[in-house]
Ligand binder design. Structure first.
Ligand code: ATP
Ligand code: MG
Ligand code: MG
Ligand code: MG
Length: 577
């Protein structure tokens, strides 16, 4: 196939887009692959669409190879199935909800466990029907709090989601392993540097779960891996061993404060004034998401403590320090959580602490006089990692602890090092959560019903375009791996003479006949403009037809290494195929 740049719907940009924070976003926009249409919504222009389709092709080939069958659901879905599993409410603000003209509730699918479960229930009834694996490549919708970095985190994005249905746990394990192996093949074929890490299962429910993270500084996930074993985990998933509970003796009852659910400046001030800190507080003293390190008199350990109220009041650190006397207080940093992923992000608010997306109930025994509680049922966890004095923990209920670089690996082998990654794939053993919700059973050989067990497996197809670009670029532009490049060869005509254009035409035609897809720069532009575009667009092989043609040679350049070689015109097709 020949794509002529003289007529290609493409305009490259010399300037970086103002809103681009990461290289992939900058370059995909500049090279004319995508254009922003809405917050978190991007249009795919011809070259971008080709890359997207190439990734889809690799994904489909490997899904088909493990026997998964492709189907397709609507994105516009009725509320009822999601209500049956509780996800209509669990998803919260992330779910796009809408009403039809009759007032019925609908949603735009963020992921499709419910529909797949119902569909299998509709078609299959006997144990002989199982196992089965189904998938789709489909547009998903999530009203992300922070759409980011172009197609890296969209509100509308393309996901491959597949689902396995098995009669027993061994079957589920086998389906999970098939997906795991297929994902390894897919990400290898896409030329990615990635790690497989233990993961939390988030809103899906279920137990065994791993994430595939493309290694990238710009990634939003932080993972730790051991220097002494193959242990690797998303920090969200790390549970470090917790020493036995050691309640603090002799705490007066008055130290435990119950406050209303909604934090206000007044409740915080009341609390601080009631906490016996030896100082009067006013509303002007209240603090905004500040991390402080405190040490109560007689306490050996420093305590990492987040204090604050929502709102935009200025933080007065001098006053903060004074206010927390007689504890020693030192400012660690003001909400620079991005720079230090191991600091717990959050604040002691009335009862609960939001940290890393999880609600913690603060145990009032931990930091005498600085914590207060509301109803335990409001919190997801009864945890105190808020504080790093690790031997202060409530009885047996701690589920998470901070991990830091340099900590011992939970498996005892080696220490932990941390890095950042982009979540490109996620595999879950869901178990029977959805089968239970919809009573998905197969009739067993003894005519008794067998509850089906499920897995769900996602790949961020559109996110992969950006993830690959994050790993494959240089200061001049994109550098695509062959498997996803919008063309095999970028053929540049550098010169004004008809003979050079004719030579280019001939080579393009010959390459195309041999099955090589050619991006043919047949524009009447200056060589400088054409070369700059070739570097920016990032096709792996650049062939330049120019002055050398008179001597029977063309120049072949490897985009990744920059290596150039002069090749006889007659040999160029063999050289690049
Ligand atoms: P993240 O942690 O990045 O928000 P997630 O854990 O919410 O992702 P999953 O529910 O596991 O995502 O969805 C499967 C895959 O879909 C993810 O591994 C990711 O590659 C992709 N994905 C999820 N959200 C987005 C998004 N907003 N834009 C693009 N791709 C996404
Ligand atoms: Mg998410
Ligand atoms: Mg995630
Ligand atoms: Mg995930």
């Amino acid at each position: 196939m020949i794509t002529r740049m003289s007529s290609l719907f493409l305009r490259t940009l010399r300037e970086d887009p103002a809103d681009a924070e990461v290289p992939s976003h900058r370059l995909l926009v500049r090279a004319g692959y995508v254009r922003r249409a809405a917050p978190g919504g991007y249009s795919w222009l011809p070259l971008g669409l080709r890359v997207l389709r190439n990734i889809e092709r690799v994904v489909r080939e490997e899904m088909d190879a493990i026997g998964a069958q492709e189907i397709q659901f609507p994105a516009l879905l009725p509320k009822e199935p999601y209500e049956a599993t509780g996800r209509w409410s669990e998803y919260g603000d992330t779910l796009f909800r809408l009403k039809d003209r009759k007032g019925a509730d609908y949603l735009l699918g963020p992921t499709h466990e419910e529909l797949f479960t119902l569909t299998v229930k509709g078609e299959y009834s006997s144990y002989k029907d199982y196992p089965v694996m189904l998938y789709q490549v489909q547009t998903k919708y999530r009203d992300e709090a922070r759409p980011r970095a172009g197609v890296l985190r969209g509100r509308e994005f393309v996901m491959k989601d597949s689902y396995s249905f098995d009669l027993d746990d061994e079957g589920l394990e086998a389906s999970y392993q098939k997906h795991r192996a297929a994902y390894i093949k897919i990400f290898d074929r896409l030329g990615l540097d990635y790690v497989i890490v233990a993961a939390t299962s988030g809103a899906m429910g279920g137990s065994a779960s791993e994430e595939f993270l493309a290694v990238a500084e710009s990634g939003e996930d932080t993972y730790v891996r051991s220097t002494g074993s193959d242990f690797a985990a998303n920090v969200e998933a790390v549970v470090t061993p917790v020493p036995p509970a050691r309640p603090i003796e002799g705490l007066p009852e008055a130290q435990v404060h119950h406050t209303p659910d909604t934090p206000t400046i007044d409740t915080l001030v009341d609390f601080l004034n009631g906490a016996g800190l030896g100082r009067e507080f006013t509303a002007a003293d209240t603090l905004k998401n500040v991390l402080v390190k405190t040490r109560m008199p007689g306490q050996k350990e420093w305590t990492l403590l987040a204090v604050g109220v929502p709102g935009d009041r200025e933080v007065d650190m001098k006053r903060l320090e004074a206010s927390l006397e007689p504890a020693e207080v030192a400012l660690l940093e003001e909400a620079d959580f991005a720079a230090n992923p191991f600091l717990v992000k959050g604040y002691i608010g009335p009862g609960a602490l939001q940290a890393n997306g999880v609600r913690y109930l603060v145990d009032p025994r931990i930091v005498p006089g600085t914590a207060w509680v509301t109803g335990a049922d409001k919190a997801d966890h009864h945890v105190v990692d808020l504080v790093c004095g690790r031997d202060f923990t409530p009885d047996g209920t701690v589920e998470a602890a901070e991990v830091r670089e340099g900590d011992a690996s939970p498996d005892g082998a080696g220490t932990l090092v941390a890095a950042r990654g982009i979540e490109i794939g996620h595999i879950f053993q869901l178990g029977r959560k959805y089968a239970d919700a919809f009573e998905l059973d197969a009739l067993g050989p003894d005519s008794k019903p067998v509850r089906i067990t499920m897995g769900s497996y996602g790949i961020g197809v559109s996110r992969l375009v950006a993830a690959i670009a994050e790993q494959h670029h240089d200061e001049l532009g994109l550098v695509w791996p062959r498997s996803v490049s919008p063309a095999d060869v970028h053929l540049v005509v550098a010169g004004k003479d008809d003979s050079v254009f004719e030579g280019g035409e001939r080579i393009a035609g010959e390459l195309s006949r041999r099955g090589v897809s050619v991006l043919f720069d047949d524009r009447k532009a200056s060589p400088g403009v054409k070369f700059a575009d070739a570097e920016l667009i990032g096709v792996p092989t650049i062939v330049v037809v120019g002055k050398g043609l008179a001597n029977g040679v063309v120049e072949v350049k490897d985009r990744a290494t920059g290596e150039r070689s002069e090749i006889p015109v007659d040999a160029v097709v063999d050289h690049v195929t």
